[in-house]
Design a protein around this ligand. Structure first.
Ligand SMILES: Nc1ncnc2c1ncn2[C@@H]1O[C@H](COP(=O)(O)OP(=O)(O)OP(=O)(O)O)[C@@H](O)[C@H]1O
Ligand SMILES: [Mg+2]
Length: 290
């Protein structure tokens, strides 16, 4: 049984995509899974109550299934910072309440439990606590999703420093290509892209669990399945890389594959080195010759 808190370098870094991808991968291996979104703003009113897209995506990857309210106990309508959304709803979020809701979920002892934060590491919960205090109280190791865009190296390093300053361990990181724009695009400048990933790998003191390219899929579940092909689980041996990938470079501890598994048909795209995904390129190769 293992549990992690998933944070990101920013909002929209890809926490939900990567969290659901990791859960999908665990499910495919026959493991029990649980994805929690303790606090969600940006919820839609439905006949069943407020519903948040992140929480629904994580619920869909949780096996055995659990009722929505157990996965997302605090839901607010406005898509604004959680403590402000709560305030508008006349609610003050307290750390104790969050911990009380989360502990029974962790006590389920699923093979893989992932707790998705909101925004970045220092997002406030109320006037005194940050949401990261939940991870501290629960003593969870942290997975960091790095939204690959210009500026992400500093964001990633600062987040890592803050995690360690809070006494927690960074257990792994995932690069997610949120920005298809020119500043951080394989098609624009392969060498720059490689160098950026190598710099992240150099500075982040944890294994890379994968690099997710731009994906296109019709549903959150399909996106999760697609992302899973680029990920390894935190407990996997990073030296092995993802199944079905070949290695041209030597093994580099702490690096994960950036190529999808065999049998996976991905939408047309370029890998970081511009080659076909089936070549089985490893992130370890990105540092070769640098
Ligand atoms: N690699 C990718 N390819 C295509 N779309 C992506 C990718 N990563 C993220 N997205 C899209 O970008 C949006 C933000 O991603 P996601 O919801 O995973 O971010 P987040 O960090 O969970 O954000 P939040 O802080 O709101 O929880 C989503 O619509 C998601 O589908
Ligand atoms: Mg999210």
């Amino acid at each position: 049984m293992s549990a992690y808190f998933v944070t990101g370098t920013d909002t929209d870094a890809g926490k939900t995509l990567v969290t659901s991808g990791l859960l999908a991968l665990a499910r495919r291996r026959g493991l029990t899974t649980l994805g929690l979104k303790p606090v969600a703003s940006g919820c839609e009113a439905t006949p069943q109550g407020l519903r948040n897209a992140d929480a629904l995506a994580l619920q869909a990857q949780s096996r055995p299934p659990l009722p929505y309210a157990t996965l997302n106990p605090f839901a607010f309508a406005p898509a604004i910072a959680p403590h402000l959304a709560a305030r508008r709803a006349g609610v003050t979020l307290t750390l104790d309440e969050l911990v009380d809701q989360a502990r029974p979920m962790l006590a389920e002892q699923r093979d893989l439990t992932l707790v998705e934060g909101a925004g970045g590491w220092r997002v406030p919960l109320n006037e005194t606590d940050d949401l990261s205090a939940l991870a501290v109280q629960l003593e969870l190791p942290v997975l960091l999703v790095v939204g690959l865009r210009l500026g992400c190296i500093s964001h990633a390093r600062l987040t890592c420093d803050a995690i360690r300053a809070d006494g927690l361990r960074l257990a792994g990181w995932v690069g997610n290509l949120v920005d298809p724009g020119l500043s951080f695009d394989a098609a624009a400048d392969d060498a720059l892209y490689r160098d950026n990933l190598a710099t992240l790998a150099h500075h982040l003191p944890a294994p890379c669990l994968g690099v997710v390219p731009r994906l296109a899929a019709e549903s959150p579940a399909a996106m999760a399945t697609a992302a899973a092909h680029y990920l390894i689980l935190p407990n996997d041996d990073p030296k092995q890389g993802a199944p079905g990938t070949s290695r041209r470079g030597g093994p580099t501890p702490g690096m994960a594959s950036v190529a999808p598994r065999e049998g996976f048909t991905a939408p047309p795209r370029r890998l970081v080195d511009g080659s076909a995904p089936s070549d089985g390129h490893m992130l370890s190769e990105l540092t070769d010759g640098d």
